[in-house]
Design a binder for this molecule. Sequence first.
Ligand code: NAD
Length: 341
Amino acid sequence: MEPSQVAIIGSGLIGRSWAMVFAAGGFKVKLYDIAQQQLMSALENIRQQVKEMEKLGVLKGALSADQQLALISVCTDLKAAVEGATFIQISLKVLVLYLIFYDCFYNKLLHLVMRPKECTPENLELKKKIFGQLDLIVDDNVILSSSTSCLLPSKLFTGLKHVKQCIVSHPVNPPYFVPLVEIVPHPETDPSTTERTYALMKKIGQSPVKLSREIEGFVLNRLQYAVISEAWRLVGEGVISPTDLDLVMSDGLGMRYAFIGPLETMHLNAEGVSNYCERYAEGMRLVLNTFGPVPEFSGETAQKVNQALSEKIPVVPKALDARRKWRDECLTGLAKLKTQM
Ligand code: NAD
């Protein structure tokens, strides 16, 4: 049987990582971008990463590095990519269009469903233009999905003819090692689009969660901003240094959160959630009532945090890249550990 085919639109940081995820899942991937140079650099970067992971024994999926690389090709013509998809549909193959954060995919029972996934820069007008182009090309079986971190589906998809087939699938960088995907519907998204997207993400080994409606920041960034906000206030008020603040997370809360969430933490830290609330609700409310207003993220505190972090990791490409590489190696090790548990 021919492998299912995916077209990914946008070959930057996220698009190339999605390409690797789909290739690891055995999908044929067509990576689309406006710049040939960008595609060449994406291909080379993917090749290096996949080979390195194979060497380290952390390559995902059942295929070898060479087999996965052979599944990925590049394309600079959007219409050609979509026309290819139509052709594949006729040949009863499964197609996924991965457009800067559009993913196209298919469902079961030989019904073909394309999900263009769009991974272009976080620019509303650009994304609307691309979705507008896709809207004219795709058929009623295609699911159009965006990787946007913060643009609401109602801003991206309203007015499209295929709005029922549109959805946000927000990944966490790098999606290859951090599997969470937030699935966020437009108010007019058909429930089957959500279900198919969820099934697709599971199939390629990601960890999808469904939001019942759109909300600013989705869920991951709302939680992240709550943490950043309190971290900022504590450092700003001189309660703790920037370095020690980060340690509270990396050697404290974060150790636990790689395995269990805050709600399960409550459950386990007492005799169940109800008991936790009986014991700690008053204390939590007391503390929460001392939280300050939303920070400005500027001025003295910004200087203080910037200075501390720049001393640790100088703001030059070499130092930043080395630290990012170290971070990704840690995430690789953690991902491996989690698969063994
Ligand atoms: P990026 O800048 O690395 O890549 C964007 C790519 O889009 C580039 O390759 C560029 O050439 C291409 N592009 C630009 N205009 C295009 C067009 N008209 N058609 C096709 N391709 C075009 O950006 P990124 O970090 O990969 O982010 C992509 C999307 O993913 C954004 O919406 C972002 O919010 C989201 N996202 C990013 C992260 C992250 O940490 N980087 C995490 C989650 C979600």
